[in-house]
Design a protein around this ligand. Structure first.
Ligand SMILES: C[S@@+](CC[C@H](N)C(=O)[O-])C[C@H]1O[C@@H](n2cnc3c(N)ncnc32)[C@H](O)[C@@H]1O
Length: 240
C-alpha cells in the first residue's frame, strides 16, 4: 500500500515514519509513505498557496491551483484521493478496513480556514476524524494512515487486531497481565483456568458490558452478527 500525503508541513509526517509498527512496515516494504509539499506546485511567483476569501471574512483559504496540479502530477489509475476536513464523513474502523484494501491513497492536508470549495470535485472521499477542529490536516492524516496501515496485509498479525474495539462492532473486552494480584485486585478467575470456551464467553460478556456503559449507540448497529445480537439481549436483561 502506498500513501502519498500532500502537505505544507512534511516534517510533521516524517517523525511519524520513524517509530514502532509504522517504521517496521516501511522497513519491510509493506507500506510506502511519501510526503509532497504542494507549495512546490504553486504557479505564484512567491509560491503562495492561499488567498483571502471571496465575500470577506477572517482567515485565508487554500487555493485550488497548487493542490490540483499536485494531484495531477501524483495520481495514477490506482489512486483514491482523500480530503481531510471537519465537514467530511466520520472516519471509522469500517472505513479503515475498506481503505486498507486499496493500492494507493493520496491524502490532502488542509490549513488555515480550509480549501476553496472547488477542490472537492477532484477527490474521492472527504473524511473527518472527529467533531472538533484541528489547526491543520497532518494530525488527522497520521491518525488515518496509522489506522489503515495496521490493517494492511502483513503489517501486524491478524490475531493482534481481530479482537480490537470496533472490529466486530463492539468495544474490546478488558485485558490483564502479571501480577495476578495488585493492590488487592485479582485477575478474574476464569482467565486462569485455560478453558477457552469459558474465556471467550467471559470476554464477549465483558465486551458487551463495556460497550453498554461507554458506547450504547454501538449496540443498535444492524450489522452486528446474530450471535452478538442474541448475547446483547441476554446480558442487558440480566443487568436490568
Ligand atoms: C482550521 S481547519 C479548517 C476548519 C474549517 N474552517 C471548518 O470549520 O470546517 C484546517 C484544516 O485542518 C484539518 N482538520 C481540522 N479538523 C479536522 C478534523 N476534525 N478531521 C479532519 N481534518 C481536520 C483539515 O485539513 C482542515 O482543512
Amino acid at each position: 500500500m502506498r500513501f502519498k500525503i500532500l502537505t505544507l508541513f512534511p516534517d510533521l509526517i516524517n517523525s511519524f515514519k520513524n517509530h514502532s509498527i509504522i517504521k517496521r512496515a516501511l522497513d519491510n516494504n509493506k507500506i510506502f509513505i511519501e510526503t509532497i509539499d504542494f507549495r512546490e506546485y504553486s504557479t505564484n511567483k512567491h509560491h503562495k498557496v492561499d488567498d483571502t476569501p471571496y465575500g470577506g471574512g477572517a482567515g485565508m483559504v487554500l487555493a485550488v491551483q497548487p493542490i490540483y496540479d499536485a494531484l495531477q502530477a501524483q495520481r495514477s489509475n490506482d489512486s483514491k484521493i482523500i480530503l481531510l476536513c471537519p465537514t467530511g464523513k466520520p472516519f471509522k474502523q469500517e472505513e479503515a478496513k475498506a481503505l486498507s484494501l486499496e493500492k494507493e491513497l493520496i491524502f490532502i492536508c488542509g490549513h488555515y480556514e480550509g480549501y476553496d470549495e472547488r477542490i472537492r470535485d477532484y477527490v474521492d472521499y472527504e473524511y473527518s476524524i472527529g467533531d472538533y477542529v484541528l489547526t491543520s490536516g497532518e494530525l488527522s492524516c497520521m491518525v488515518m494512515v496509522d489506522a489503515i496501515a495496521r490493517l494492511v496485509d502483513g503489517v501486524i498479525e491478524k490475531d493482534s487486531y481481530q479482537d480490537d474495539s470496533f472490529q466486530n462492532g463492539l468495544l474490546e473486552y478488558p485485558h490483564y497481565t502479571k501480577p495476578r494480584i495488585f493492590d488487592n485486585k485479582e485477575v478474574p478467575e476464569v482467565l486462569l483456568n485455560g478453558h477457552h470456551a469459558k474465556i471467550n464467553e467471559f470476554r464477549l460478556v465483558e465486551s458487551i458490558k463495556k460497550t453498554a456503559a461507554n458506547r450504547p449507540d454501538l449496540l443498535n448497529n444492524e450489522n452486528l452478527s446474530g450471535t452478538i445480537k442474541n448475547k446483547i439481549k441476554e446480558v442487558l436483561s440480566q443487568n436490568k
